[in-house]
Design a protein around this ligand. Structure first.
Ligand code: ASP
Length: 473
């Protein structure tokens, strides 16, 4: 997902464009503005809630008209992106995987484990959310601006059969996500296999993907205003009662991330690789810190590879293939956020998803994780697809968007740890892990300045390229 990195990486005080590095005036990045939009939306909304009675013309014009129309317009912009973005990014991703050259025993096992850990991650998120109840106490039905429809409850057999489109054009126009993904995966794999012979079509999708990511960047530019209006509308209608659920959403997500790290990843290392998970974690912590601060799996690739090779002892032949692949298709942290978000919204809108709804969430969140670019914020855009697949109103995403960066930092750290753990397990199983390196108590020496510098350069390049990079997701 290299294009995306470029397109979506906001310029922020911590990530200035190189030429602006020295400028005294620091430009605030999109994520900072979204956060400002959230906070000011909460304040303005609460002021309206407390000071302006809801039956006055002022309330009607500002809250019910202006905030509603702008907020709704922003939601429509997000929805507009989903079908073409998902279609294109999955075609490109599958084409990259499907070329067969890199695959083989190692590739198959790695992809299998990537998928398995993502399915476990989303399942954990759904279970934890049942205890945290992030959306209980919040009634979003009134701000949806439409009648909240109950999620369709179709049988599991029908759900599975519905994955196969009968007409891909109607799937695209109706936004049937699983059908779009099914077709896109097939198309991508075939493109990958045909290779050179279908160069034109391949480049068409790659370039279209770059264009879509540029569109994402544009939409994200107006996100602060959209978020402000949506949040102000919510808080004007609901008052203080909306704050606690938001805290529970963040808390629930971090609980899921912690579980994935401490139980799933550490368990995989101990049981399947017979390695000391604490030793692994000590060596790997700087990489997690880097991912946490950049919120970008892509920017973390060089540091991740370097650490695995020099500190953990993984054969470079494996890491150099599996880590970039993982940064592209394996997003366990993102899947956890999406699981908690689904329960948050379902509870807040009073929608019962039922077992088949949750199964659908597991499938779509796993696929969304494959289609999520390793750059800040894309996980939340892909959340639209998960919501749509089970009939949840996408208005619920607006609240989540305001606190997205806080959650993005944690989920990115887990995303890249998942890549590293799977790589280590696969390397160990294939006798491609140097135990002496893993057991060595070397200090920071292995994390060379070169590795850190290289990671920084990639980060800057990613921001600079802004869409010109041939993209994957
Ligand atoms: N920031 C995440 C990553 O780079 C993707 C996301 O969930 O938005 O891994």
């Amino acid at each position: 997902m290299s294009q995306a990195e470029a397109a979506n990486e906001p310029v922020s005080p911590e990530n200035p464009k190189p030429e602006e590095n020295t400028a005294e005036k620091k430009k605030l990045g999109v994520t900072t503005w979204i956060f400002i939009g959230l906070l000011s939306g909460i304040i303005v909304g609460l002021l309206f809630n407390l000071l302006v009675p809801s039956d006055t013309p002022l309330f009607t014009v500002i809250v019910n008209d202006i905030f509603y129309i702008v907020g709704k317009g922003f939601i429509r912009l997000m929805q507009m992106l989903v079908a073409p973005l998902v279609f294109c990014s999955i075609v490109c991703g599958a084409a990259a995987i499907g070329d067969g050259k890199m695959l083989g025993k190692v590739g198959g096992a790695t992809i299998g484990l990537y998928l398995l850990t993502t399915i476990i991650a989303i399942t954990i998120a759904l279970i934890i959310s049942q205890f945290v109840n992030p959306g209980i106490g919040l009634d979003l039905g009134s701000i949806a601006g439409q009648q909240v429809s109950t999620a369709e409850s179709t049988s599991i057999v029908d759900t599975l059969l519905n994955i196969i489109p009968t007409n891909i054009f109607s799937s695209l126009s109706e936004g049937s996500m699983l059908q779009i993904i099914f077709f896109a995966l097939l198309l991508g794999v075939i493109l990958g296999h045909l290779g050179e012979r279908v160069n034109v079509v391949n480049s068409f999708f790659q370039q279209f993907n770059v264009i879509m990511m540029r569109m994402v960047t544009l939409v994200l530019k107006v996100a602060p205003i959209g978020v402000f209006c949506l949040i102000a509308n919510t808080f004007a209608s609901l008052g203080l009662s909306a704050l606690v659920p938001l805290g529970k959403f963040i808390g629930g997500t971090y609980l899921g991330l912690l579980f994935q790290l401490c139980v799933v990843y550490m368990g995989l290392l101990a049981l399947f690789a017979h390695l000391n998970p604490i030793r692994f974690l000590k060596k790997f912590l700087p990489v997690m810190a880097f991912a946490f601060s950049t919120s970008s799996s892509n920017a973390t690739i060089p540091l991740n590879m370097e650490t695995l090779e020099r500190k953990v002892g993984v054969d470079p032949k494996i890491a150099s293939f599996t880590i970039p692949l993982g940064a592209t298709i394996n997003m366990d942290g993102t899947a956890i956020m999406q699981g908690v978000a689904v329960v948050f919204a379902a509870q807040a809108f009073g929608i019962d998803l039922g077992i088949s709804g949750y199964l659908m969430v597991i499938v779509t969140a796993t696929l969304a994780s494959i289609g999520t670019a390793g750059v800040p914020g894309v996980g939340t855009i892909m959340l639209t697809m998960v919501f749509q697949s089970v009939g949840l109103p996408v208005e619920g995403i607006s609240l989540i968007m305001g606190v997205d960066r806080i959650v993005d930092m944690g989920r990115t750290a887990i995303n890249i740890t998942g890549d590293a753990v799977v790589t280590t397990v696969v390397a160990r199983a294939n006798h491609m892990l140097d135990r002496r390196v893993f057991d060595a108590d070397e200090p920071d020496a292995v994390l060379t300045d070169d590795a850190i510098e290289e990671a920084e350069v990639v980060k800057l390049h990613v921001q600079e390229a802004s869409g010109e990079t041939p993209a994957k997701f």
